[in-house]
Design a protein around this ligand. Structure first.
Ligand SMILES: Cc1ncc(COP(=O)(O)O)c(C=O)c1O
Length: 461
């Protein structure tokens, strides 16, 4: 047989069955325990040791998927998934993912799929407007905020004027570089700094205030101290919606310092950025005129299936200067073509804009606003109800994140969380604030209703 797929009949039938299964799944995810109940190695032990020489029909794969793999799936699309940051594989997003795989286009150059490139440009312009962001921002989609922050730091490092692209960082006399972020910034900032040769000693975690926000005075002091010691400040990160608590760093105050000190300001709004589709949350952008780059994750709270993270920057020329490298076989003659490969590490690029477009077009911004507002309302209500419970302390609530603890102590807090997770009815994760454990409830799935959030209360008599 010379062709891989000689006919589309089997595909059509299996595809119809799969869509039916997905529709039933989405309508009844609540039947499954949120957190997978398997032990390490259990799924692996169910699978054959070696690949098959002959193929099997799709029906056999569907059976194996259900019996062997599904039990090991933690259901991120469950309406009572509140761990880390809840996300949504929305129906619109799922359909777009199907089309993306069918087209299998690779957007390395404009000409390798003009629609991929131009839809990315258009959806990111729409998203910018939808979130009330300034219109002088260039946008690009990559897989994750971790990668986007890495790209931003690489550009900031290049912008220092040390010709790191040309000469590298070793074998010459360079000042030690410094990256500043709050003690509550996401670990991806640290990882980017490690990968880019800043070194762990160059990462400065600035203290936060009583509301877990970066303290600008502490930032200023640290920068002055490092300059006096001969170090070169390179990158400041303000997080608007931190991972542990949803706290919002004061972008304006941090930005004023960054501008004065000529340091690249990166705003990490991977989580809460999506909430600014509602005008009442746009206060988090106050001071954004100082930002050189911003990250927003539609795959977190904008109902777009993972992965889809957006990097906006006012300095696309610096990003390009950092990353553009055009091999002979990629050269084109028309310089008016936008080739996104010039603005990052990846050459091959998925058609991620398609799912963002499907989500924005199918639901419309008003529907998205409604769901986000409900999530914030549920979080506020949960915080109120938790405060009314004896023995429970609400440590913080911001956007759709609530963190609480049991006054009986860390052990009791963690035991309560384990009990909730073992029930299969909900899934929560924890954090540590000022040395004490807290249970995080992060609401963000498009199917979540109050009754799902209220499950937290059932376990706290
Ligand atoms: C504030 C913040 N930034 C960055 C990230 C990393 O996101 P990603 O998984 O897209 O790399 C997270 C993840 O939770 C986050 O909360």
């Amino acid at each position: 047989m010379s062709k891989l797929d000689p006919s589309s009949d089997e595909f059509r039938a299996a595809g119809h069955r799969m869509i039916d299964w997905i529709a039933d799944y989405l309508g009844g995810v609540d039947r499954y325990p949120v957190l997978a109940r398997v032990k390490p190695g259990e799924i692996e032990s169910r699978l054959p040791d070696a690949p098959r020489q002959d193929g099997r029909p799709y029906a056999a794969l569907a059976d194996d998927f259900q019996s062997k793999l599904l039990p090991g799936v933690t259901h991120w699309n469950h309406p009572a998934f509140f761990a880390y940051f809840a996300i949504t594989g929305s129906q619109a997003g799922i359909l777009a993912e199907l089309l993306t795989a069918a087209l299998n286009t690779n957007g390395m150059l404009w000409r390798t799929s003009p629609s991929l490139t131009e839809l990315e440009t258009v959806t990111l312009r729409w998203l910018r407007e939808a979130l009330g962001l300034p219109d002088d921002l260039f946008g690009i989609i990559n897989d994750t905020a971790s990668i986007n922050s890495f790209l931003a730091l690489a550009a900031a490092r290049e912008a220092l004027g040390l010709d790191i692209r040309g000469l590298g960082m070793t074998g010459r006399d360079l000042p030690p570089l410094r990256v500043y972020c709050s003690e509550h910034a996401h670990s991806s900032i640290d990882k980017a700094a490690l990968a880019l040769g800043i070194g762990a000693s160059g990462i400065v975690h600035i203290e936060s205030d009583e509301k877990f926000r970066m303290r600008p005075d502490a930032l200023e002091t640290a920068i002055a101290r490092h300059r006096a010691a001969g170090a070169l400040p390179c990158f400041v990160v303000a997080t608007t919606g931190t991972t542990s608590t949803g706290a919002v760093d004061p972008v304006r105050a941090v930005g004023e310092i960054a501008r004065r000190e000529k340091i690249w300001l990166h705003v990490d709004s991977a989580y809460a950025g999506s909430a600014t589709v509602c005008p009442e949350f746009r206060w988090i952008w106050d001071g954004l005129e100082y930002a050189d780059s911003i990250v927003v994750n539609p795959h977190k709270w904008f109902f777009t299936p993972i992965d889809c993270s957006v990097l906006y920057t006012r300095k696309p020329d610096v990003l390009r200067q950092t990353f553009s490298l055009v091999a002979e076989y990629l050269k084109t003659t028309d310089s008016s073509e936008l080739n996104y490969m010039d603005y990052g590490l990846q050459l091959g690029r998925r058609f991620r804009a398609l799912k963002l477009w499907y989500v924005m077009e199918h639901y419309g911004l008003e529907r998205l606003r409604g769901v986000i507002r409900d999530h914030v309302r549920y979080a506020e209500r949960l915080a109120d109800e938790l405060r009314a419970k004896p023995g429970v302390e609400v440590m913080t609530q911001s956007f759709s994140v609530v963190v609480f603890r049991l006054t009986a102590g860390d052990e009791a807090t963690m035991a309560a969380m384990e009990r909730m997770n073992a029930s299969g009815r909900l899934f929560l994760s924890h954090t540590k604030l000022r040395g004490r454990y807290g249970i995080r409830v992060a609401i963000g799935n498009g199917a979540t209703e109050w009754e799902h959030v209220a499950r937290v209360l059932e376990f706290l008599s």
